[in-house]
Design a protein around this ligand. Structure first.
Ligand SMILES: Cc1cc2nc3c(=O)[nH]c(=O)nc-3n(C[C@H](O)[C@H](O)[C@H](O)COP(=O)(O)OP(=O)(O)OC[C@H]3O[C@@H](n4cnc5c(N)ncnc54)[C@H](O)[C@@H]3O)c2cc1C
Length: 328
């Protein structure tokens, strides 16, 4: 089949790799209007079926040699025993411990958390560097690039926060950001901390033992992609300092993410020749390639995983964005 993917972020590039392996003729259109971060967190410490989807993503990264760097993590706060069981089932080694340097109890996890070099994956796929415009014609979609009609058997809408500007899908765009800080504690560049009591996370910056870390939280600020958003990084840094000691703000950066009514990812068919993948909110590197594999299975075999199908939002006209889904 000739398949054209509209958007070459995590969704579009992981789809490209999987569809090419199935011998389809695949093209990706992307104007590269989004900032691409070098590394993102891949954690298996998610909720319910997302853990299985994240494991699929991890297997995809390993199979396709996308670089990964593993780190220990500490989770602070009340965590359901069932979740801990589920994490163990996908190979995470868990221990509850008193962590003296954080002055608290926490769940120490090994083999559960990694930085994944998503930019390497995104940069590795060929793109047509243009903006696509789409319009509905009966039960089909028509796609224009530079005013020229594009010919394909099927199209896949994979433009993240731009999806609902391009087509009528039930998702919203929001701004999400994190801050690079300097710390006295070198360990922070070698460990993940998910603190559900103080409501922040901390992740390594480069993961080579520098006195740096990246801190953020799971809040969402609804806004259209491209809008200028002013954030106050000191709110998160102050919360993080209560646990991690003195932190000095260096730099704050953000981008737009796409959220659905239940803040979980979705895929499905929009029109006879148009499919959708998105709603990755703040955890696209974690669940993205796994959701892409569900869409490939739908295109090839007609298989539907009802839990992630876009149809679950049928009848919903409007909604409020919730907290990000990787927040436990
Ligand atoms: C500050 C920050 C930190 C984050 N940290 C993490 C993390 O640690 N771990 C994690 O898993 N996730 C993280 N995320 C979330 C992650 O970045 C998203 O979930 C992911 O990028 C979504 O992937 P996507 O492919 O759906 O959309 P995007 O990555 O947004 O890609 C959409 C693509 O569509 C293209 N596009 C737009 N308009 C058009 C058009 N008209 N035609 C064709 N193409 C178009 C854009 O150029 C873009 O490349 C973070 C996000 C932010 C902002």
């Amino acid at each position: 089949m000739k398949i054209v993917i509209i958007g070459g972020g995590i969704a579009g590039s992981s789809l490209y790799i999987q569809l090419k392996k199935k011998h389809h003729e695949v093209f990706v259109i992307d104007p590269r209007i989004r900032k691409i971060f070098m590394t993102l967190i891949h954690s298996l410490l998610l909720k319910d079926s997302d853990v299985i989807i994240a494991k699929k993503s991890l297997d995809f990264y390993i199979e396709n040699k996308i670089p990964l760097k593993e780190f220990k993590s500490i989770t602070i706060g009340k965590i359901d025993a069932k979740l801990i069981d589920l994490w163990s089932q996908v190979g995470v080694k868990i221990e509850k411990d008193k962590i003296d340097w954080l002055n608290t109890e926490g769940i120490v996890a090994e083999h559960g958390d990694r930085l994944v070099y998503v930019k390497r994956m995104i940069d590795s796929i060929p793109i047509v560097k243009e903006k696509a415009f789409i319009s509905q014609k009966g039960n089909n979609v028509e796609v224009l690039v530079n005013n020229k009609k594009i010919d394909a058997d099927i199209f896949i809408l994979a433009s993240g926060p731009w999806n609902n500007l391009l087509f009528n899908v039930i998702s919203k765009s929001y701004y999400c950001w994190a801050s690079l800080v300097i710390t006295r504690n070198k360990i922070l560049d070698n460990i993940f901390i998910y603190d559900y009591e103080k409501e922040f996370y901390s992740r390594p910056f480069l993961g080579i033992g520098l006195k740096t870390a990246i801190v953020g939280d799971g809040k969402t600020i609804e806004a259209k992609p491209g809008t200028k958003i002013n954030v106050n990084p000191l709110e998160v840094i102050t919360k993080a300092q209560e646990r991690l000691g003195n932190l000095r703000h260096i730099y704050t950066s953000g981008e737009f993410c796409e959220g659905t009514p239940d803040m979980r990812p979705a895929y499905g068919r929009l029109l006879d020749n148009l499919f959708y993948i998105g709603g990755f909110n703040g955890y696209g590197a974690e669940i993205g390639p796994g959701i892409a594999s569900l869409l490939v299975d739908m295109i090839e075999n007609g298989y539907e995983n009802k839990e992630y199908l876009l149809d679950r939002f049928r009848g919903i006209k409007n909604f409020e964005l919730g907290r990000e889904a990787h927040e436990l």
